[in-house]
Design a protein around this ligand. Structure first.
Ligand code: CMC
Length: 392
């Protein structure tokens, strides 16, 4: 029969050629279109990085202004979408709502579902990037029973998102610039990460010719799992469960025990085997935010810092090259900002949307792209004849 390469988990298979993001796991290097992530996180901002990922170059001042105005033109959600939200149970996880709402966009925006038309592809891209903060913030508002807050287009992307999450009608709300900068940095650090599970899901869904909203909904579904985007929520829940630094050794032992499925959440990475360059910037951001909010004595943070120290010195984690990843610190920042853990993964989804879209656009513009159709190593029964039920 046919001979196939067997590579479960795709640890050594390149699924596509791409010019967007480069990762060197050994060196701990992450480049977007050639620019290192630490420089982008320090000197750039999320919408500029979106432009870079989507179009391949940093924008001129005019290009950036034009791009930002195109994005702000599309921040509103169709008003009928509010009924869609209200159809969910109050205790629905915001990720469940996001999978549904983003998937439903194909039923609301018919002028951006024809993928053969480059203009429609462009409108779909801008719509998704523009609406994702509104979609995520509304999932949160619905979840806590507060009225939806509409987008404010005079605010920058991160400030607008914070305001839609934390303001209530009839009350003044000022966005703290340090928090908005930290929020923007979280978005920037999560913007793209080449062919991870959710991005590969988006590409696979799109390879059949599915519409962009359906493809992004598939990406959101994949991101939800605790081994991927769900790790930031799982990490903070783990830190809270540990509670105080004296209980850390017990959890370290659990993580090392091969008979126990428990893993240290926020540690380890498929590609980064020395350190995660995003975690470095995120750690700095966590310090800034916690200084501002005056929660240096936060027990969760103390536990996090001590866990980091102990795990980095432990031979098990050292030998297996398990380092804190981006989710280890992002959860701490989001918690300090006042987000419930259920919002951590939706925020990751919001930020990763531009990566999904950029990869999707790249795939469609490649004339050689074809439907993704992995084969398998069949290990089941060989040929046998059917036996009538009375003879079994
Ligand atoms: N705690 C304890 N042991 C671990 C951990 C951990 N967090 N991660 C890996 N190991 C061990 C694992 O048991 C295995 O040991 P052995 O060789 O003795 O069987 C070895 O390290 C290699 O692990 P693996 O599962 O083969 O590695 P992988 O590349 O398939 O998994 C991972 C990568 C990220 C899924 C995994 O490290 C993990 O589950 N981490 C915790 C969840 C997490 O923080 N995920 C976020 C990833 S970063 C954000 C994103 O991109 O979504």
């Amino acid at each position: 029969g046919d001979v196939f390469t067997f590579d479960p988990g795709f640890t050594s298979t390149a699924s596509c050629a791409s010019t967007i993001t480069f990762i060197d796991g050994e060196k701990g290097e992450l480049l977007h279109r050639g620019y290192p992530i630490d420089q982008l996180a320090e000197k750039s901002h999320f919408l500029e990085v979106c432009y870079l990922l989507l179009y391949g170059e940093l924008p001129t001042a005019d290009q950036l202004e034009d791009f930002e105005s195109r994005v702000t033109n599309h921040t509103m959600l169709h008003e009928q979408m509010t009924y869609f939200y209200r159809g969910f149970r109050r205790d629905a996880h915001p990720m469940a709502i996001m999978v549904g709402v983003v998937g439903a966009m194909s039923a609301f925006y018919h002028d951006s579902t024809d993928i053969s038309d480059p203009w429609q592809r462009e409108v779909a891209s801008i719509r998704l990037i523009a609406k994702m903060p509104t979609i995520a913030a509304w999932a949160y508002k619905y979840h806590i029973g507060q009225p939806f807050v509409y987008p404010r287009n005079d605010l920058d992307y991160a400030s607008n998102f914070l305001r839609m999450c934390f303001s209530v009608p009839a009350e003044e709300y000022e966005v703290n610039p340090i928090l908005s900068r930290a929020m923007d940095r979280i978005f920037t650090l999560h913007a793209d990460h080449e062919q991870n599970a959710s991005t590969s899901t988006v590409r696979l869904a799109s390879s059949s010719g599915a519409n962009p909203f359906a493809c992004i909904a598939a990406g959101i579904a994949c991101l939800w799992g605790p081994a991927h985007g769900g790790a930031n929520q799982a990490c903070l829940e783990m830190l809270r469960e540990i509670g105080t630094p004296d209980r850390i050794p017990e959890y370290i032992e659990k993580a090392k025990d091969k008979n126990d499925p428990f893993r240290l959440m926020g540690f380890g990475h498929r590609v980064y085997k020395n350190f995660d360059p995003r975690a470095k910037v995120m750690k700095q951001s966590a310090d800034e935010v916690l200084d501002l909010l005056g929660v240096e004595n936060n027990p969760t943070l103390q536990t996090a810092k001590e866990l980091e120290r102990i795990a980095l010195e432990d031979p098990y984690f050292k030998d297996k090259k398990l380092y804190p990843n981006v989710d280890f610190y992002s959860g701490i920042i989001l918690d300090a900002m006042g987000f419930p853990t259920s919002m951590f993964t939706p925020i990751f989804a919001l930020a990763r949307t531009v990566g999904w879209i950029s990869q999707w656009k790249e795939q469609l513009s490649d004339p050689a792209h074809k439907i993704g159709r992995p084969r398998q190593l069949y290990t089941g029964a060989t040929f046998r004849d059917y036996v009538d039920v009375e003879n079994r």
